[in-house]
Design a protein around this ligand. Structure first.
Ligand code: VGL
Ligand code: ZN
Length: 197
């Protein structure tokens, strides 16, 4: 028995319309992720939600040499999960980007409140297959998917449940190609629902 895990990446207020680092159509990922989260929880799978969880002062932010406006500062409204996101009971939360020194894009760099890495949580549940959606395609989804493949997981990327920042217009398309080239399977949520085991 190797349950599937759903990894919901950074569906937080600041990445949704009206937020400090709004991803175009960022809130469009919520409906498909809610459906899949419910289905996977019902089938005894694991749901993990990562969150970008920055200190006020970090090299990740423009003011301190980074790329980004201030966003997802720990304990603020912008860092809260979008109110439309429905996490099932037992969902595991992984906080990442907590360092003052680096970007921390990948959920595999994050930790749960009790200090476990994502890889440790997945191993403890016997998970081998990860289904991934959320924000943003070209940063945290990309980094998390590439790390998952590196760790040996089978990875499905939900093509209709991701959105990108696209600082360059084709960043998301290139990120998807890169994930696929490293072995990720790309499919819409509908297919992942049928496909799940
Ligand atoms: C992200 C930019 C900055 C992400 C986080 O969650 O993809 N992107 N911080
Ligand atoms: Zn960030």
């Amino acid at each position: 028995m190797h349950p599937t895990a759903l990894l919901i990446v950074d569906v937080q207020n600041d990445f949704c319309p009206g937020g400090a680092l709004a991803v175009p159509e960022g809130d469009q990922v919520i409906a498909p992720l809610n459906r899949l989260a419910e289905a996977i929880a019902q089938r005894g799978g694991l749901v993990v939600a990562s969150r970008d969880w920055h200190p006020r002062t970090t090299r990740h932010f423009k003011a301190f040499g980074g790329l980004w406006p201030v966003h997802c500062v720990q304990e603020t409204h912008g860092a809260a999960f979008h109110p439309g996101l429905k996490l099932p009971d037992g969902a595991v939360i992984v906080s990442k980007g907590t360092s003052t020194e680096d970007d921390g894009y990948s959920a595999f760099e994050g930790r749960t409140d009790d200090g476990k890495t994502l890889h440790e949580v997945l191993q403890a549940h016997g998970v081998r297959r990860l289904v991934v959606g959320g924000l943003a395609t070209d940063y945290c989804v990309r980094a998390s998917v590439l790390d998952a493949l590196q760790h040996g997981y089978e990875v499905v990327v939900l093509t209709d449940a991701i959105r990108g920042v696209n600082l360059q217009p084709d960043d998301s398309a290139r990120a998807l190609q890169e994930m696929q080239a490293h072995g990720a399977h790309l499919m819409p949520t509908e297919e992942a629902l049928r496909d799940d085991n």
